[in-house]
Design a protein around this ligand. Structure first.
Ligand code: PHE
Length: 453
């Protein structure tokens, strides 16, 4: 049944950039800067890096090891690795639901990014008679058809990449896009810090505020940092596992994971520098939350020198970051279909595209036709985001951790052998107990505090 030789990425750079492109997304360019801004700047950054290394990295490695170890995606990986007679594989249906839920709202936000890219390019979003807030609410409430069209452009883009396969589609798209993203980011960052008053923003971003630092404040910064680690790595929903299933074994998983985390953090910090410098140069706060990108930043583009050029470039960068993330989610559902139901790639792409076309509709109309619909006081998009990041990603990560570390699952010996296979950095054996006892407890803490918040 599963004798077909599995496709692999062409090069090591291809694998690393594909996984990094999944991690680097809206979370880095939009979420990281404002969370860092509202959680004490530099102190947040230090705690975030510690959380990423000691908690994020092991979690990332569980999914990589399962995918590479089985050479299968979520659709069949646990079936192959679990001890005979156990029932771990039933969890895959729960996990794939998390990925499908992300497909329901993330392309909608990418649709907004596409609309803003076009609107800034054309100039119609820069109308001086309206504030950016009015423009944004007019768009989401009165122009759902435009939003739907832009969302479908994003879905079509993912479908085309997946249709062409790993080497010709995913690798060929994500590799140059990631390189372009890094280039654009460095250029825009350079421009932003050359603006007058930019140094005030840099000071806010990099100099820690250590006055009235209490234990509860450190606790809440830690919570924000852990939440960001989960969001940016996108673990627990089988995405990383799908890419890992096409990976070769020349380098250790530890090495590859360290590089991915390094690229992800580099992008987040540069994006923070860019946004803080641009906001402070125009005297606008960075704590606007969700509206930061679509309202505050657009207001800034209206007034800064070369604002239209900066704005178009900024939304282009955001588009690359976001589309490469959703390509990975789309591919994970496609490869689930291939491995689980033994259907061809093209058939699976077709089914997943149809599912996407349907499930994005509620989120597109969440501020217009469905503006009365709310779940626990949240609109549809916010609720889908909450459930996928606080429930599916966290519980999925816990499940993979227990599967890899406990003797009732794949087991710590197999896991250690898999992550250390190949050349490069290896994880010493004394980390075993840390992985088995500390990591699951941390994930549980993130789950409970996430739900309570
Ligand atoms: N990692 C993505 C980001 O930083 C978020 C994401 C998570 C996207 C899971 C897809 C799936 O934006």
């Amino acid at each position: 049944m599963h004798l077909k030789k599995r496709e692999q990425f062409r090069s090591r750079l291809g694998v690393i950039l594909a996984i990094a492109s999944s991690a680097v997304g809206l979370g880095n360019v939009w979420r990281f800067p404002y969370i860092a801004g509202s959680n004490g700047g530099a102190l947040f950054i230090v705690l975030y890096i510690l959380c990423l290394l000691f908690i994020g990295l092991p979690i990332l490695m569980t999914e990589l090891s399962i995918g590479r170890g089985a050479h299968k995606s979520l659709g069949h990986a646990m079936d192959d690795l679990q001890p005979a007679g156990s029932k771990w594989h039933y969890f895959k249906y729960f996990i794939v639901l998390g990925a499908i839920l992300i497909c329901g709202y993330y392309p909608v936000i990418i649709g907004w990014v596409i609309y803003y890219f076009v609107g800034l390019f054309d100039g119609f979003l820069l109308d001086p008679s309206k504030t950016s807030k009015e423009v944004f609410s007019d768009f989401v409430t009165n122009k759902p058809a435009d939003a739907l069209l832009c969302t479908y452009v994003a879905v079509f883009f993912c479908a085309a990449c997946s249709w062409l396969g790993i080497k010709k589609g995913i690798e060929r798209t994500t590799k140059p896009m990631m390189i372009l993203l890094l280039l654009f980011l460095v250029l825009l960052c350079g421009y932003a810090i050359s603006l007058p008053n930019a140094e005030k923003g840099l000071e806010k971003f990099f100099v820690p505020e250590l006055t009235d630092l209490s234990l509860s404040k450190i606790g809440s910064i830690l919570h924000a940092a852990l939440g960001q680690v989960f969001f940016t790595l996108g673990c627990g929903v089988g995405i990383i596992m799908a890419y890992a299933s096409y990976m070769g074994k020349k380098k250790t998983i530890v090495s590859e994971s360290l590089i991915v985390c390094g690229i992800d953090t580099f992008v987040a910090i540069l994006a923070g520098v860019m946004i803080f410098a641009a906001c402070y140069s125009q005297g606008i706060g960075v704590d606007a939350g969700v509206s930061l990108v679509f309202q505050s930043m657009v207001e800034i583009f209206k007034h800064m020198p070369m604002g239209q050029f900066f704005g178009v470039s900024f939304f282009f960068l955001l588009f690359i970051a976001a589309i490469t993330s959703i390509i990975s989610v789309f591919e994970s559902v496609v490869s689930f279909g291939i491995d689980c139901f033994n259907i061809s790639r093209k058939k699976s792409v077709l089914y997943v595209s149809i599912i996407n076309v349907v499930i994005t509709v509620p989120a597109v109309y969440s501020f217009s036709t469905f503006s009365n619909v709310s779940f626990f006081g949240q609109d549809i998009i916010t609720f889908e985001d909450f459930v996928s990041s606080n429930i599916f990603m966290v519980l999925g990560s816990l499940l993979f951790a227990v599967f890899c570390y406990s003797r009732y699952g794949w087991g710590i010996n197999n896991y250690m052998a898999e992550i250390n296979e190949g050349h490069g950095v290896k994880l010493p054996n004394f980390f075993r107990n840390y992985l088995r006892y500390v990591i699951p407890i941390f994930i549980l803490i993130v789950f409970v505090t996430g739900i309570m918040s």
